[in-house]
Design a binder for this molecule. Structure first.
Ligand code: SAM
Length: 393
């Protein structure tokens, strides 16, 4: 008699938020979150877990073949895990999201940053060994600036797991002056002047160790400043040593110059004809007010299509290109390099490895070689990596 074959169910279990599974952390992604594979092959990103750790995870959000999960419990934990010294730290919706790596020892955070950089270099230039990362002299109390959020009743940072304000009473990564300013600002709550407009979720308060609480005005953006003064000095010293290595004094185009943090190093190192560009007018005005010899400050949006052509004269004379972009990098770097035939050296200071790799690939197509990569830790307790690179033709 004919028997119908038993049909195997082709359908996999449907995974929904709330579904729990056991897994192991294989790696960390570029945002510093654990990468955990579900037994069905789907990949989940998990904050607060580390390479090699095993545990129980719960799905919180799905996005195609990927998703997000939270750590429920650990069955194997890293020997480098520690109890975060800040009471606001954690991964619940009301915890502060400012220091997502605080649960790991500082030496392990540094090791992980080096690994991320090595991975990026594998594709670009496998023969080049990056320098050992320069640790921050202070693991805590290093931040010379920060941005607080307030709704006029509460004051804090953006929460770990939501777009809410996580209220804080103290912040261990702020330097002593800013910790005092934070206390003084908290004493001004409730404050109707800080209430956000209807379109906004919160108002911002920019802390800076150049100012006191009385000088802080809601929603007043301050010109960019590197957030860790000791490490900024290290970057400036590094830049001076690289410029000293150049054979002749350079004609320079400096992109993303801010208010001239690196421009004065170029001047002191003997560079001539420095064209320094930034899109933030108050920063360029501050740079111009310093009257640095040989420096022309220009305000321009460097990401705008066609923006390279505005700098044609400066680019055609430049022998050195210095750039220090925000995380987006310079996606139209090709336009700039095409207009700079005399360029011998590029010094690219980056805060984002993915856009750095993208932009360096373009430079390599323009016959530049990557000669040096020096990582530096500007922001302990976070996955942020600063990379100082030199390319020559
Ligand atoms: C990482 S900061 C570097 C600033 C400066 N090199 C320093 O060390 O203080 C990046 C700078 O890029 C500027 N910026 C951001 N987007 C820009 C754009 N599209 N065009 C030009 N400048 C931009 C910001 O105003 C900021 O000053």
């Amino acid at each position: 008699m004919f028997k119908r074959p038993i049909r195997k169910s082709a359908k996999r279990d449907v995974i929904r938020p709330g579904h729990r599974f056991e897994g192991e952390v294989r790696d960390l992604n570029s945002d510093g979150q654990a990468v955990v594979a579900h037994p069905d092959g789907r990949v989940f990103f998990v904050p607060g877990a580390w390479r090699g750790e095993k545990g129980l995870f719960e799905v919180t959000q799905l996005k195609g073949r990927m998703g997000f999960a939270r750590l429920v419990s650990l069955t194997e934990e890293s020997p480098r895990r520690r109890s975060p010294p800040c009471p606001h730290n954690g991964f619940a919706t009301d915890n502060c999201g400012g220091c997502p790596w605080m649960f790991m020892e500082y030496a392990e955070q540094l090791r992980s940053k080096e690994l991320q950089l090595q991975k990026m270099l594998q594709a670009l230039n496998p023969e080049l060994t990056p320098g050992t990362i320069w640790a921050s002299p202070e693991e805590f109390a290093y931040r010379n600036r920060a941005q607080l959020k307030t709704d006029g009743r509460r004051l804090g940072y953006v929460a770990s797991n939501s777009r809410e304000i996580a209220e804080i009473s103290d912040c261990l990564v702020l330097n002593t002056k800013n910790q005092q300013t934070l206390k003084d600002l908290k004493a001004r709550l409730p404050n109707p002047e800080w209430k956000p407009s209807r379109a906004k979720h919160w108002s911002t308060l920019d802390l800076d160790d150049d100012i006191i609480a009385a000088d802080v005005t809601a929603n007043q953006r301050r010109p960019f400043r590197q957030g860790n003064s000791a490490q900024n000095q290290r970057m400036r010293d590094w830049l001076a040593s690289k410029v000293a290595d150049l054979e002749t004094p350079a004609s320079v185009v400096e992109l993303f110059a801010g208010s001239g943090n690196f421009t004065d190093i170029l001047v002191a190192s003997g560079c001539k004809n420095i064209c320094a560009v930034d899109s933030f007018r108050p920063a360029i005005e501050r740079l111009q007010s310093r009257s640095l010899p040989g420096v022309t400050g220009l305000c321009s949006d460097l990401g705008r299509p066609g923006s390279a052509a505005d700098l044609e004269t400066a680019l055609s004379a430049a022998t050195l290109l210095l750039l220090d972009p925000p995380r987006e990098g310079l996606k139209n770097i090709d336009d700039y390099l095409k207009l700079a035939p005399r360029l011998q050296t590029i010094i690219y200071i980056s805060c984002d490895l993915a856009t750095l790799a993208r932009d360096l690939n373009v430079a390599i197509k323009h016959r530049f070689q990557l000669r040096e990569v020096q990582p530096l830790d500007l922001f302990p307790q976070t996955p942020h990596i600063e990379a100082l690179t030199v390319l020559t033709r």
